[in-house]
Unconditional design. Structure first.
Length: 250
């Protein structure tokens, strides 16, 4: 066994089953410690995966990088669904080491989950800031679940920064800036896929991811207030607890 094989892995097995009886399976493998995507080199790489083919406006990669890391990671999946339409019905099963998820849904919604993993774990300098979320990947998540996981992940990072003696961002301003940059990448990737696919399933899966990024600022500014009742035990004054304790002791 090689040293690379000994590194613990996280695996997400996506199975797409269609009404005509066909199935398509894809396994995403991540390094357990770094959450970096583990993939075999794809050769030859499609022309559309070259960095300059349709480079994102905010791409920080130097000209010495020949291929877009996200495009290369997505190439096999994109090719498999290049002629698929967004609203095609599919039964999607996601197997992990701990549990199995299943949902009857549209292809675009099933694809958005696995594409999101590929994009954030492919060593794109912009999207890598979303990588911690993949450790707690939730297939078929709705907007509220995605926002909660994103904010929780970011605040965990801020707590770790504070423990290192650095200045944390408790106001979530940095998270909003991250998603502004992420949305530019999402747009760039959607433009790239327009040129790499015949129909719209892959493209609209990225559009779904873009919609989550679009909504994060509104959720931080307005939606978080709707969650306050859930956290009442933390938010209420200690007086009621102190009073109960005082009565018990008397």
């Amino acid at each position: 066994m090689s040293s690379t094989e000994k590194v613990p892995k996280i695996r997400y097995l996506y199975n797409f089953a269609f009404q005509d009886g066909t199935q398509k399976k894809f396994e995403v493998v991540l390094d357990e410690a770094t959450l970096e995507l583990v993939r075999e080199d794809l050769n030859p790489k499609p022309e559309w995966t070259k960095l300059k083919y349709s480079q994102c406006e905010n791409c920080p990669l130097p000209d010495t990088v020949v291929y877009c890391p996200v495009a290369v990671s997505l190439a096999g999946l994109v090719d498999a669904f290049s002629d698929a339409v967004s609203y095609e019905a599919a039964e999607v099963t996601v197997e992990t080491s701990l549990r199995t998820y299943f949902k009857k849904t549209t292809l675009q919604k099933g694809l958005s989950g696995i594409i999101g993993i590929y994009m954030s774990t492919s060593n794109c300098p912009v999207l890598s800031k979303l990588r911690p979320m993949t450790r707690f990947h939730l297939p078929f998540a709705n907007s509220l679940e995605t926002f909660f996981r994103s904010i929780s992940s970011y605040l965990t990072a801020q707590f770790l920064l504070m423990r290192q003696g650095q200045q944390p961002d408790w106001d979530l301003k940095g998270l909003q800036e991250i998603y502004k940059e992420v949305n530019i990448v999402n747009k760039g990737m959607a433009d790239r896929l327009h040129q790499a696919t015949q129909k719209d399933a892959n493209i609209n899966a990225v559009v779904i991811l873009h919609s989550f990024g679009d909504g994060i600022t509104y959720f931080i500014e307005s939606g978080l207030a709707d969650l306050e009742p859930m956290f009442e035990v933390f938010l209420k004054k200690n007086g009621s607890l102190d009073s109960a304790s005082s009565q018990k002791s008397s």
